[in-house]
Structure formats: structure tokens, C-alpha cells
Design a protein around this ligand. Structure first.
Ligand SMILES: Cc1cc2nc3c(=O)[nH]c(=O)nc-3n(C[C@H](O)[C@H](O)[C@H](O)COP(=O)(O)OP(=O)(O)OC[C@H]3O[C@@H](n4cnc5c(N)ncnc54)[C@H](O)[C@@H]3O)c2cc1C
Length: 500
């Protein structure tokens, strides 16, 4: 029977990160992935030999001393991950479509603050107080500093106040409120549901810098695979755990895999959706209240995505840029599954190199989509959906095109849509319940599944643990890694890697 020091379940950025961290610290690791390849939401796909993103499109954290820069350095993959920063006029715009208002904000927190002063001269105190609060949250969040990661932080008022409460206390200007809460779309929780602190942890990073990557999420996947070949890592795709047996003293003795093998391992970490984790663990080891808590976690929304190209334009003038289109100033309405009107829409313009070596001006547009709205087609699978599903998709694509042309009329005659994906597509390709983009909704006052479970050698990390997005997912794996490796060894490891 094969024996490992550690099993990691799920081959997205969380699982890849934890696998490498443990392997670099001398562990023999088995990475189990249910799909046919590792990468999860990092995976790209080709249409007409041009690469497009599925999940991951852009990130914060790449500024000097930024948490992502540090994590990549520690993992020894920073050389292979090349950020392309979004900066300069037009690279970050917020559009209130109903009022035809466009705010072109600069990157860098200080530049962002000054851009807002220009647009809202009556609101400078509100803006400065908001930015000061964001900075305070960062100062009191040890997990955003790799040298302090995993150290318990001090709770602050902003952990117990919703984003909405803070905004309402600062201003009555709805456009300013809308703009300051627009990044809720990047983590899937509305201003009334999220704590200001969680909002600040994500939005604060995005105010400081936004970057895409050369070769997108595929750069991560290749970098991890290259590093794995130097350590004791085994990857097993199309496989997961089907059962846990020989449980003694609250520790799982054997893991039964879907490929028929039974293996032993010191520990095992799940990086998948919390409700999926509990499906493979024996329920008798968990208290009723615990099971009810996990069952009550609400899944975040997913996205309807449109991928296309603009032909016959100059690639040197084509992004990278992100435009956030908001049909209303109230993000609570826009992120509610009860939404009847148009959704928010993010439009990313960037240049990609096709397999033929040519440069292509690509467009990725994505807007929140709610699984319950597609319930009628939930039993269908990719490629075998009914005609009315395709009609629904065609209508959404048409609306995306109309909104795209309103913002960029110069592309009216040469934008070609190459593909569109709904939450059902994401569900089927990424094995995420309901095709969600960010795992569970991380709401104020909610106690997420994270770290050690009641079964002593079973751990949980992943996007649903601390914060969603690739930074939050990686941070969760660093924190669990610290527990598994041991605090002192981990500190020396981090210090050694960062001082190189
Ligand atoms: C459309 C979209 C756009 C997004 N845009 C951004 C963005 O621009 N920036 C950003 O930072 N974040 C973005 N996100 C979110 C980000 O991609 C995720 O937060 C992050 O990649 C999650 O990583 P993960 O490893 O926790 O999960 P995943 O990437 O979902 O990986 C989980 C892996 O586990 C596998 N798996 C599932 N069930 C099992 C099982 N039972 N056994 C074994 N394996 C299993 C899956 O196949 C998958 O490979 C976006 C997400 C989506 C869907």
C-alpha cells in the first residue's frame, strides 16, 4: 500500500500552493484532482488558436513587497510569473450606465484617492476617511504580510461593521458609494453582507495595483509543474477520495480513492467547496450543529462570460484595461439573486499571442449570473443542452455586445464573439457546485470552514476559507502549511526564502 506524508485534494491554485509548500519542506505529497488536468480556475482555453481565460483574469498583490510577490518568491516561481500592470488613462474605468457617467481612476492608492477628489470635490473628507479605514484594516491583518501570516490578528471595529454601514456613515452621494463598493463584484458579496474589513482586504489590494499575467493562469500552472518535478510530488488526475476508513483516535487511517486504490497518509487537506468536503467524510464524526453550519453556507454567484476579438485595430493601443459597467449605483441590488434588471459587467481588453505567433486584441466580458435563474437547465450537460438554453445565451451575448459598443463605439464593426459560457459551463468543467466563482459567500459574522477539522488529520484550505480570489486562496494554503510544517520551521523557511 502506498504511503504519503500528505494528500492534497483539489488542483487549483490553493492545492498547487499547498502541495509545493509541503514538498519544499521535505514532505512526500499526493495531489488528487477530479478533473483531467490541474489548474482549476487558472486554466485557459483556446478558440481559433487564441488563448482566453476561464476564471482568473487579473489580480492585486504584485506591487513591491506585495503579498503575492512574496508568496511567489517563497515558492521559487517568481521568475516564471510576469505581471502586466494596468496603468495609465483608460486602464481602470467605472461606468454608471444609466447616468452616462464615466470615472477613469488611476492605479496606486494615493492616485486613486486623488482621482476621486477630482470627481467628487465635495466629498474629500469621506474619501480620505474611507482610504484611511482601508489602510487601517491592512495594518491589522497579519495574513497580508507573509512574515506574520497565520499569527492571530486583533479584531477591529471594521470586522463588525458592514461595508454598507461604513459607506452610509461617510456620505450620501450614491455615485461615490457605488464606486467604492464596485469591487464587491470581485468577491461576490454585497455591501450589506460583507464586513468592511473583508472588503478592504480585497479592494485595498486592487486600489494599489491591478495586473494581468503574461500567459494568464497558464503561467502559474506551468511554473508549479516545473517546480514539482524537483520534489517528491505525485499528481493523480481524474481521481478523488471516495471514503475514509480505519478511523482511530479521531484520525483517518486509510483513504480509499475513486481509482480503486487504498492509501495511507499522515494528513490530508481539502481545498474544494466545503459542502463537497463533507460528502466524503464520515458524518458520525461531526456534531449536528457543525453539519448544519456547513449546509447553511450560501454559494456565491458565478459569471456569464463572453470571449471575443476585435479585428483590424492596432494592438499597441488595445489595453490592458478593465471597465466596470454598473447599471445602478446600488451594489446590493446588482448582486442580489432577486435581480430583475441588467447585471454588472466587467470588460477586459488585452492583447494575446495566438498559436500562430500573431498578436490578437481580445475581449473578455463577464457579468454575475445566478444559478437559480438557470435551474430549468440544471440537469443538462455541456454540449447536450436544450434549444431554449442556447436562445438565453444568445440574448445575453447580444446585450453584452450592445453595452460594449456603447462604451467603445469604435469597435462596432469589428468585434467578433468566439465563445460564451454560463455558470452551468463552469459547474461542469470545474466541478464547482452551482458554477460559483468564489466558493461560499464570506459574510460578516460567518465562521468559515478552515484549518483543522474535528477529524484530527484532516484540514481545509481554499478560496472559501479566508478570502476568495487567487491571493486569498494562496494565503489560506500558506496558513494551513504553517500548521503542518510547524511554526518555527515555517518562519525560518519564509525568512530564508525572502532574504534571498
Ligand atoms: C469566471 C471567474 C472569474 C474570476 N476572476 C478572477 C480574477 O480575475 N482574479 C482572481 O483573483 N480571482 C478570480 N476568480 C476567482 C479565482 O479564480 C478563485 O478564487 C481561485 O482560483 C480559486 O482557487 P481554488 O484552488 O481554491 O479553487 P479552484 O480553482 O476551483 O480549484 C479547485 C480544484 O479542485 C478540483 N476538484 C473539485 N472537486 C474535487 C474533488 N472532489 N476531488 C478532487 N478535486 C476536486 C477542481 O476540478 C479544481 O481543479 C474568478 C473565478 C471565476 C469562476
Amino acid at each position: 500500500m502506498k504511503r504519503y506524508d500528505h494528500i492534497v485534494v483539489g488542483g487549483g491554485i490553493s492545492g498547487l500552493t499547498l502541495t509545493l509548500l509541503l514538498a519544499m519542506n521535505g514532505k512526500k505529497v499526493l495531489l488528487l484532482e477530479k478533473g483531467s488536468h490541474v489548474g482549476g480556475s487558472l486554466t485557459r482555453f483556446d478558440k481559433k488558436n487564441i488563448p482566453f481565460d476561464t476564471g482568473f483574469h487579473f489580480t492585486a498583490g504584485f506591487s513591491k513587497g506585495g503579498i503575492l510577490t512574496d508568496m511567489l518568491q517563497v515558492l521559487g516561481i517568481s521568475e516564471q510569473i510576469k505581471p502586466i500592470f494596468l496603468s495609465g488613462p483608460g486602464s481602470g474605468v467605472f461606468v454608471f450606465e444609466k447616468d452616462n457617467l464615466i470615472y477613469d481612476v488611476s492605479s496606486g492608492t494615493e492616485n486613486f484617492r486623488l482621482s476621486l477628489h477630482k470627481y467628487f470635490p465635495q466629498e474629500t473628507l469621506a474619501i480620505d476617511t474611507y482610504i484611511a479605514k482601508v489602510k487601517k484594516v491592512w495594518q491589522f491583518t497579519p495574513s497580508l504580510d507573509l512574515r506574520k501570516i497565520g499569527v492571530s490578528g486583533q479584531a477591529i471595529d471594521e470586522d463588525y461593521l458592514s461595508l454598507q454601514q461604513v459607506l452610509d456613515s461617510l456620505t450620501t452621494n450614491n455615485h461615490l458609494k457605488g464606486l467604492l463598493s464596485a469591487f464587491c463584484v470581485c468577491y461576490g458579496v454585497s455591501p450589506k453582507e460583507t464586513s468592511f474589513a473583508n472588503h478592504a482586504r480585497i479592494a485595498g489590494g486592487l486600489y494599489e495595483s491591478v495586473a494581468r499575467l503574461q500567459n494568464g493562469g497558464e503561467a502559474f500552472i506551468q511554473a508549479f509543474k516545473n517546480r514539482f518535478s524537483q520534489f517528491n510530488v505525485e499528481i493523480c488526475c481524474n481521481t478523488t477520495i471516495s471514503d475514509c476508513t480505519e478511523i482511530e483516535n479521531d484520525c483517518v487511517g486509510k483513504f480509499v480513492l475513486t481509482n480503486g486504490e487504498t492509501i495511507t497518509s499522515g494528513d490530508c487537506t481539502f481545498t474544494i467547496h466545503p459542502q463537497e468536503i463533507l460528502k466524503v467524510l464520515p458524518r458520525q464524526y461531526f456534531k449536528k450543529a457543525f453539519l448544519e453550519r456547513v449546509a447553511a453556507f450560501e454559494t456565491s454567484y458565478g459569471f456569464f462570460c463572453v470571449s471575443g476579438i476585435v479585428e483590424n485595430v492596432d494592438p499597441s493601443n488595445f489595453g490592458p484595461s478593465i471597465a466596470s459597467l454598473l447599471p445602478s449605483t446600488d451594489l446590493n441590488d446588482l448582486l442580489s439573486p432577486k435581480l430583475k434588471q441588467e447585471t454588472a459587467l466587467a470588460i477586459i481588453r488585452c492583447v494575446e499571442t495566438g498559436k500562430d505567433g500573431k498578436k490578437y486584441c481580445t475581449v473578455n466580458a463577464f457579468g454575475p449570473e445566478f444559478y437559480p435563474h438557470l435551474k430549468q437547465w440544471a440537469d443538462s450537460t455541456v454540449g447536450k443542452r436544450p434549444a431554449d438554453y442556447y436562445e438565453y445565451k444568445a440574448q445575453r451575448v447580444q446585450r453584452v455586445k450592445e453595452r460594449f459598443y456603447t462604451l467603445y463605439p469604435q469597435y462596432q464593426d469589428n468585434f467578433k464573439v468566439l465563445d460564451a459560457a454560463s455558470v452551468l459551463t463552469f459547474r461542469d468543467y470545474l466541478f464547482s457546485p452551482e458554477g460559483n466563482a468564489y466558493g461560499i459567500k464570506q459574510k460578516m459574522g460567518q465562521f468559515n470552514l478552515f484549518g483543522k477539522l474535528p477529524l484530527m488529520n484532516i484540514y481545509v484550505a481554499g478560496q472559501s476559507a479566508v478570502l476568495p480570489g487567487i491571493v486569498g486562496a494562496m494565503v489560506s494554503s500558506f496558513i494551513v502549511g504553517r500548521n503542518l510544517i510547524g511554526k518555527d520551521t515555517f518562519s525560518n523557511f519564509i525568512e530564508g526564502a525572502l532574504s534571498n
